[in-house]
Design a protein around this ligand. Structure first.
Ligand SMILES: *[C@@H]1O[C@H](CO)[C@@H](O)[C@H](O)[C@H]1NC(C)=O
Ligand SMILES: *[C@@H]1O[C@H](CO)[C@@H](O)[C@H](O)[C@H]1NC(C)=O
Ligand SMILES: *[C@@H]1O[C@H](CO)[C@@H](O)[C@H](O)[C@H]1NC(C)=O
Ligand SMILES: *[C@@H]1O[C@H](CO)[C@@H](O)[C@H](O)[C@H]1NC(C)=O
Length: 555
């Protein structure tokens, strides 16, 4: 999942004083030539067929089981010390209700347990779902977080249990229908969020009774990462109201009303929208936290149903093409690495984040879906860049935020400053320096390795997942589970924060497992063959359109 506050400092700066000295050359970035596909795996001249047209996979039961083992350890710790609260504190063997106390880890673990075939855990979660009281919570509700974790988790479990997993379990129709019933209950409580002058939702709510907090603006990612889940809910229930609400809000994102401010590059947008006017309030953004999953869902909506969401595809293509044209950046010390710059209006800023590492996988998915070597090639380059942020640190785990100096923009300009003295050595060796060294059990790098593997079948990507899994297993494993870290560049990760995120279950465990698992209907495929599309929390949602519509379950 993409947390909507990753570039908070950057975005805040764009709202406030803004003493950004405009450097003429940086203000109008020159066109960047993207390396010919596929630069990550140089093709020989006679190799005509791209490998993604017929990749061969190499399931590895031993490694798949090692990931399952980590999943069981995390679940057992959670179940013993935290369930039915939201999250485990593995060092102190206690819990935290960071997501309204509805059992976030249980709901987030559900689709992963189903895919892994963990019967005991599936039973425990399925029995719990009907008991969740979505009418009440003492804390503020985030529409975005609740949608991607709870709504996404419930819809995915329902899709899996009524679809390809139906023959494998003897749950009654009544039991599975209770999952959908809870999803409807939750959405009915959330939908008041959309009751604004424009229909762009207020992300912040209180419950009992459900009401808006009264925010005046919403973020690009928080507003633009609802449409898959809310559309799926309508398609499953036959009640169009949920899809209508989310798609009406999305219109302001697909067609910015003030593009001079809100769309500094074609398809690449600002971060904040006014709920009363629908106008963008800034022109700062990137493929990182705060804006990320808006772009992610554009291509995923097209995959979900090509007949209804071709405009979403067109907007993704625009954003992808602008990224290739303007944002590709290589560090001065490691021109072999590829990252995407952030922007503030048309000025680029050369930093990125763990969160933004989903973009490699998203470009690959776009390349597979639209049969585009250019998107696939950039995706593989970005995947390799993000791997360098893992192999470049002491723990072998990538940092939360990192920075570099672009090798074509004027050196030492205010937007292209050199590394601080104590990180010069690191920069010359690794091609980036660390701005924030935390690791919050995030999935994006492993997620993108998974897409790279599914697109190419190259075992190299399985090795990369395995090395990342071993590093995380060696450093984050503590007490009754796994914990976030203070600093990936210090011995033992600088210590544990004593917190096991719910998305550890939904995402890290799932993508790490899938890359070693057997073929299955939910595995990512090329073209429109996909029968599932993963929401931003890695919950697989059954697609409505595509060829699956006509093919049924084929094994
Ligand atoms: C939640 O509220 C709905 C609508 O008022 C009601 O039908 C339902 O029984 C309530 N559920 C619980 C568990 O309180
Ligand atoms: C971005 O452009 C808008 C006008 O379109 C301007 O008001 C704003 O100050 C600019 N922001 C920065 C950081 O340059
Ligand atoms: C940029 O700054 C670094 C460190 O302050 C300095 O060594 C270097 O000479 C500067 N380069 C240019 C082109 O100004
Ligand atoms: C993961 O860590 C645990 C605990 O340190 C260890 O027992 C296990 O062997 C590790 N798994 C792998 C695959 O190295």
């Amino acid at each position: 999942m993409r947390i909507p506050c990753g570039v908070a400092a950057f975005l805040a700066a764009s709202h406030s004083v803004v003493v950004v000295v405009v450097v003429a050359a940086a203000e109008a970035p020159q066109q960047r030539q993207h390396m010919a596909w596929p630069s990550a795996e140089p093709a020989s001249a006679n190799q005509k067929l791209p490998s993604y047209q017929n990749p061969k996979y190499h399931p590895d039961r031993k490694r798949a089981n090692a990931v399952k083992q980590a999943f069981r350890i995390s679940w057992d710790g959670y179940y013993k010390h935290a369930f039915p609260h939201d999250s485990l504190r593995p060092v102190s063997n206690s819990f935290e209700d960071d997501r309204n106390g509805w059992g976030a880890s249980a709901v987030d673990a559900f689709s992963t347990a189903l895919i892994m075939g963990e019967h005991k855990i599936i039973d425990q979660i399925l029995r719990y779902i009907p008991d969740i009281n979505f009418n009440h919570t003492d804390s503020e509700v985030s529409l975005f977080e609740t949608t991607i974790r709870y709504l996404g988790g419930l819809l995915s479990a329902y899709d899996l249990l009524t679809g390809p997993l139906k023959p494998r379990f003897d749950y009654s129709t009544h039991q599975t229908s209770l999952i959908l019933h809870q999803a409807v209950r939750l959405a009915d409580n959330l939908k008041v969020a959309f009751d604004t002058p424009t229909g762009i939702p207020d992300n912040d709510l209180f419950f009992s009774p459900p009401r808006k907090k009264g925010s005046t603006s919403n973020g690009l990612a928080t507003a633009g990462t609802l449409v898959l889940e809310w559309t799926r809910l309508s398609d499953l229930t036959g009640d169009p109201q949920y899809a209508r609400l989310a798609q009406k809000a999305e219109k302001y994102l697909l067609h910015p009303k003030n593009p001079a401010m809100g769309e500094p590059f074609p398809g690449l947008l600002g971060s904040s929208l006014n709920l009363d006017t629908g106008l963008f309030e800034d022109g700062a953004g990137g493929w990182g936290g705060g804006t990320d999953s808006f772009y992610e869902y554009l291509i995923k909506m097209y995959l979900y149903d090509p007949s209804r969401f071709s405009v979403y595809r067109d907007r993704w293509v625009l954003a992808a093409d602008s990224s290739i044209r303007y944002l590709i950046s290589h560090p001065t010390t490691r021109p072999d690495l590829t990252f995407l710059a952030m922007w503030r209006n048309r000025t680029l800023h050369y930093f990125s984040e763990h969160l933004a590492c989903f973009s490699g996988g998203n470009f690959i998915l776009g390349g597979l879906t639209l049969d585009s070597p250019a998107y696939l090639g950039l995706g593989l380059d970005l995947v390799a860049g993000c791997r360098a942020t893992y192999t470049g640190t002491l723990t072998g785990i990538g940092p939360e935020i990192f920075q570099w100096q672009d090798n074509t923009a004027p050196l030492n300009a205010s937007n292209n400053s050199p590394p601080p003295t104590h990180q010069k050595l690191m920069y010359s060796r690794a091609g980036f320096w660390v701005t924030n060294g935390g690791y919050q059990l995030r999935p994006e790098v492993i997620e993108s390795y998974y897409y790279a593997y599914r697109a190419t079948g190259h075992q190299k990507y399985q090795e990369w997942v395995w090395e990342a899994f071993l590093a995380v297993n060696a450093t984050c494993r503590v007490g009754s589970g796994y914990s976030s870290l203070m600093d990936v560049n210090l011995p033992e990760g600088g210590g544990w924060t004593d917190f096991q995120e719910s998305f550890w279950f939904a995402e890290v465990m799932k993508y790490a497992y899938l890359v070693f698992a057997e073929e299955a209907p939910w595995q990512v495929k090329a073209g429109l063959e996909n029968r599932f599309v993963f929401n931003t929390e890695a919950h697989p949602i059954r697609v409505a359109g595509g060829r699956e519509k006509y093919g049924g379950w084929r094994g």
